[in-house]
Design a protein around this ligand. Structure first.
Ligand code: AHM
Ligand code: MG
Length: 356
């Protein structure tokens, strides 16, 4: 009989390769996998909840969507706030750092997450996701601090995402490749379905919100034309695919090859640093991309090298096959001189602070 590789078994095997490991990270990953199962189960029931709710409540649609975000957030907090594994957390749903009570011990790690990314897609039955990243704690007081949470992606211990799609998948990396697990509903277990995920050499897709094109810089516009094969270089065009859920777009591009583009906006656009949050969206996909043979950039340099200054700061993001991301940087360098200051204010600030 073929041996089923559950996520627990796989993580334990990985841990065995590091004799000094205490198992904390392993258990933290179990906690996240369990939270993912609970969120997946609630998402599956969501449509039915709507029918039930429609009987008595006004405006159930909006309220319910709100509740699913909050539900996902609460599940993750409750699953992790008492285990002694974490010193602090940060979530898209919380303006401030989520402190972990000192009575639960001061854990060695901090967790950053977006509990339900792509939430505008919940109502219309398009895939959504959970994104998470884990840093080793760097301070030593009784509770974790912002300093522990604001570290460059380069020093991540774990990053991953869960996609709630036609099936639920958990994809993660601890820095030794990227591994994907599919939730088997009959067993209630995540089973290894995609070991050692790598971007295919020949990319098929690019993902970008073309509705914002008039706010793109000249470099980004030219870059996207290049992706469309319009520069007469003889390269085959990439097809365009965009869902508005980062996890879904990134996951498809990881499996089929491609690049996700959310640039900074200029010329009256209201997103000078793009839309993605650096710490719990950008860093996580960047870490996974690199581990899968790809990379991520903010258009100027590696996204993993950016030192965050605030929990919810945004970053322009080009992530996917390495050569496609390299190419984005080339176009920005060649055509966007006049925009750089406006386009990437926090890079400027970093330069002023001398942190890069
Ligand atoms: P959210 O965290 O509020 O859901 O926003 C992030 C999402 C990403 O999943 C997605 O890539 C992006 O927003 C889509 O933005 P837009 O609708 O501007 O294309
Ligand atoms: Mg989000």
């Amino acid at each position: 009989m073929t041996q089923l590789m559950t996520i627990e078994r796989f993580i334990l095997q990985q841990q065995a390769r590091f004799p000094d490991a205490t198992g904390t990270l392993t258990n933290l990953l179990y906690d996240i996998a369990l939270a993912a199962k609970l969120i997946a189960s609630e998402i599956r029931r969501f449509g039915l909840g709507d029918i039930v709710g429609a009987a008595g409540t006004e405006n159930v649609h909006g309220e319910r969507q709100q509740k699913l975000d909050v539900f996902a957030d609460e599940v993750i907090v409750r699953m992790n706030d008492h285990t002694g594994r974490l010193a602090a957390m940060a979530s898209e749903e919380h303006e401030e750092i989520i402190e972990v009570a000192p009575r639960y011990g001061s854990g060695k790690y901090v967790l950053l997450y977006d509990p339900l990314d792509g939430s505008s897609n919940i109502d219309v039955n398009v895939s959504v996701g959970t994104i998470f990243s884990v840093h080793r704690r760097i301070t030593s007081g009784p509770v974790g601090t912002l300093q522990d949470l604001l570290q460059p992606g380069r020093s991540l211990a774990v990053a991953g995402y869960v996609i709630y799609g036609s099936s639920t998948m958990l994809v993660y990396s601890t820095g030794t490749g990227v591994h994907g697990f599919t939730l088997d509903l009959s067993l209630g277990e995540f089973l290894l379905s995609h070991p050692n995920m790598r971007f295919p050499e020949k990319p098929l897709y690019y993902s970008a919100n073309h509705g914002h094109e008039k706010h793109w810089t000249p470099g980004v516009r030219r870059y996207v034309k290049e992706l469309q094969g319009l520069h007469g270089t003889g390269k085959p065009p990439l097809s365009h695919r965009y869902t508005g859920s980062l996890v879904a777009d990134f996951h498809r591009n990881l499996l089929r090859g491609g690049v996700f583009v959310y640039p900074g906006e200029v010329g009256g656009g209201d997103k000078p640093n793009g839309k993605l949050r650096l710490t719990y969206e950008g860093q996580a996909v960047a870490f996974i991309a690199e581990q899968a043979g790809g990379r991520a950039s903010d258009g100027i340099g590696d996204l993993l090298d950016i030192q965050p200054h605030t929990l919810h700061q945004r970053t322009p993001c080009f992530v996917g096959n390495k050569e496609l991301v390299d190419q984005a940087e080339e176009f920005v360098a060649q055509y966007d001189h006049e925009w750089r200051g406006q386009y990437l204010p926090y890079r400027q600030r970093e330069a002023q602070l001398g942190t890069r």
